[in-house]
Design a protein around this ligand. Structure first.
Ligand SMILES: [Zn+2]
Length: 295
């Protein structure tokens, strides 16, 4: 079974969880190769096994090279291992009493490695992973690497999910669309947002960023906005360091678009070291959509 057929079969099993991103109508998989709505809007599954449900073309700064660096950093360096462990245990804890099957959607998933690692940590056969990102480059890599998950090129503002279709929404170090998150979140579903704190990758920022950019990771406003939209069930703060070697430091720069684009001599100095200790400081917010009577 090739990627296209496998992906079509998986989406067919989940048909009610999707809707047409253009008109919002029901969709169905036909001939193991396309998703079509009753108004005949048609989307084809691509050969590597993803589907492009984006309603607008996007050409961002995110290249294949950036995503390869991100994948190595996430799956090989161990820099995010404590985050993955924590998220997997939070998901298991909060979904243990809910009905199986459970759909976990990473919205803004990039090349999918965070979702892959988290699902691996959950080790729950009834859980289906779905990754969505506007970047086709990221989704192509994800579908080649992690064929057991559903991968979608799509827009957060006009997502292809039906109302109440997703049990767990993950949004990791990535922009959100809370209005859309609330629409697609199942009753009693969870939304888990990971956001950077001031210490996050501070060594990188102190080395290569301009003075004015060093404070870019203040997250007060983001956390407050989350609390305005969701009933916060739990929060956690992660603060740890990890020693990275030369190759890993270079990947850290490559996966950070701003640092990459600077191309200045400070980047050279940053990566031409045998190793460096890098700080990870993150907030994790777990919320549930408020019940109607919660206001
Ligand atoms: Zn349609």
């Amino acid at each position: 079974m090739n990627g296209r057929t496998r992906s079509a079969a998986r989406v067919k099993e989940l048909e009610p969880a999707f809707q047409c991103p253009i008109c919002g109508c029901r969709v169905m998989v036909i001939d193991d190769k396309s998703l079509i709505c009753i108004n005949k809007h048609t989307f084809d599954f691509a050969k590597p096994g993803y589907i492009n449900l984006s309603v607008r073309p996007a050409k961002g700064p995110y290249t294949k090279e950036l995503f390869e660096a991100r994948r190595r950093m996430i799956t090989e360096s161990g820099l995010y291992a404590p985050l993955h462990e924590r998220l997997a245990s939070m998901i298991k804890e909060h979904t243990k009493s809910s009905a199986i099957p459970c759909t976990v959607a990473d919205l803004g998933c990039g090349e999918g490695s965070h979702l892959y690692r988290i699902l691996e940590g959950c080790d729950c056969p009834g859980m289906t992973g779905i990754g969505l990102d506007l970047s086709r480059e990221g989704i192509v890599l994800a579908s080649k690497r992690y064929p057991e998950t559903v991968w979608i090129v799509g827009d957060l503002a006009q997502s292809p999910f039906a109302d109440g279709a997703v049990q767990v929404i993950l949004n990791i170090l990535s922009p959100a669309n809370y209005k859309e998150f609330k629409r697609i979140l199942a009753r009693d579903g969870l939304v888990i947002k990971v956001l950077p704190r001031t210490g996050y990758l501070k060594e990188l920022r102190q080395s290569v960023f301009m003075e004015s950019e060093k404070r870019m990771y203040r997250n007060d406003g983001t956390a407050a906005l989350f609390q305005k939209h969701f009933h916060v069930l739990d929060t956690a703060r992660l603060h740890y360091t990890k020693e990275l070697n030369t190759g890993e430091l270079a990947d850290l720069v490559r996966m950070t678009p701003l640092a990459w684009s600077l191309g200045n001599k400070d980047i050279g100095a940053f990566i031409e070291r045998e190793s460096a200790v890098i700080t990870v400081e993150l907030d994790i917010l777990i919320g549930r959509a408020p019940k109607p009577f919660d206001g």
